[in-house]
Design a protein around this ligand. Structure first.
Ligand code: ZN
Length: 205
């Protein structure tokens, strides 16, 4: 009973932390004194939100955050790494070039992680490769948490179809906090449908 309450409290605290970090990061992005300060604030916020999202998925999956700490760090790093495409698209390591692109860079197309997740998950299931399946969920969590946060300014980009309208601020905060809960809810349902395989993706978490 005590453990159950601690678990619930941790889940609530982590979910609340996503909202609080996002708000603080958005303020830093708005009021940062220099372009470098704003970019660092924004990128670190992406990383923290990605790491927290994966921590919630682990918690909901009844997995130890300490024993799986490295996977939280990977999700943290990948959520931050996504913005490297600004520099690749600009063909320059100068921040002023990276933030003044004519169009959004390729890692910011939401179709990309969804298609990658579908293809790799299919491969992982067909060839019984649970570790790969596990990584696809981490990848999806990092990308979607990053894209939802960016979408409050520029909308979600489903190339080649187009962009949605920018997501209203409170909806974006709710979506960011709900994302790990929705993804974790989807994970077991997919595993159950593959119950003929003795091993499930969740087993490798
Ligand atoms: Zn971004």
């Amino acid at each position: 009973m005590f453990l159950l309450k601690t678990d619930m409290f941790l889940r609530l605290a982590l979910t609340g932390a996503i909202g609080i970090c996002s708000i603080i990061g958005d303020q830093g992005l708005k009021y940062g004194k220099t372009a470098a300060a704003r970019a660092i604030f924004d990128n670190v916020t992406h990383a923290i939100v990605g790491g927290l999202s994966w921590a919630i998925i682990l918690n909901l999956s009844k997995k130890s955050l300490v024993q799986n700490f490295s996977s939280i760090v990977w999700c943290f790093a990948l959520s931050s790494f996504i913005d490297v495409d600004h520099f690749i698209a600009a063909c320059s390591w100068r921040l002023s070039d990276a933030v003044h692109l004519q169009k959004r860079p390729f890692f910011h197309c939401t179709t990309l992680p969804i298609v990658l997740w579908l293809v790799l998950n299919f491969y992982a299931n067909v060839f019984n490769h649970p570790k790969l399946g596990y990584y696809t969920w981490m990848m999806l969590t990092s990308f979607l948490s990053h894209h939802i946060r960016d979408a409050t300014r520029r909308g979600l980009w489903f190339c080649p179809i187009g962009n949605t309208q920018p997501i209203p601020y409170h909806l974006y905060l709710s979506m960011s906090m709900m994302l790990p809960h929705v993804l974790q809810w989807l994970m077991p349902s997919i595993h159950e449908s593959k119950s003929s395989h003795n091993i499930t993706l969740i087993d490798v978490l």
